[in-house]
Design a protein around this ligand. Sequence first.
Ligand code: AMP
Length: 192
Amino acid sequence: MRLVLLGAPGSGKGTQATRLREHLQVPHISTGDLLRAAVAAGTELGMKAKVVMASGNLVSDDIVLGMLEERLLKPDTANGFILDGYPRNLAQANALEKLLEKIRQPVDVAVQLDVNTDLLVERIAGRAKAEGRADDTPEAVRHRLNVYNESTAPVVDFYRNHGSLVHVDGVGGLDDVFNRIIAAISHTHDVG
Ligand code: AMP
């Protein structure tokens, strides 16, 4: 199962991806996590990404694509993957399509988690307290939501046009949302 998880910051992608990983037995690949690991390791790439991430802007397409390609080429993706946080704009959506064509692993389904803006802001504020992420300051959050609306929202249309989009109501308990996702992707193969 090759699944792309879409949704605004705070929509619950990371949480649901963790559950989906267990259920589908495929790796969860989060470009945000890969970038945070590079920042923590103090690599050259991480140093470049750090300031951009703290401001709530997108890291350059080239950097993220290179990192993602390296990750997707690892053998544990043979049975699929859950992609979280990528693609973030149309250029990335096109780049991903090309890359997956090259490795003959096209996307099976894109799941859009729908959550209204008030709840997004509330959830991110909760996460800021719990995790203390550098980009969870009120100013950076507002900016990330703007970046999402301007750059990332069109990616939903991209997958709708490709016929692989399903919408899931992301409001409710974790189990409820998880069960909705499973029901929504049950028309694709290998759901278990
Ligand atoms: P996330 O954990 O997915 O919310 O990502 C946190 C931050 O990492 C984002 O605000 C961006 O600065 C950066 N980032 C994550 N994924 C991408 C991506 N696909 N393209 C560009 N920047 C990204």
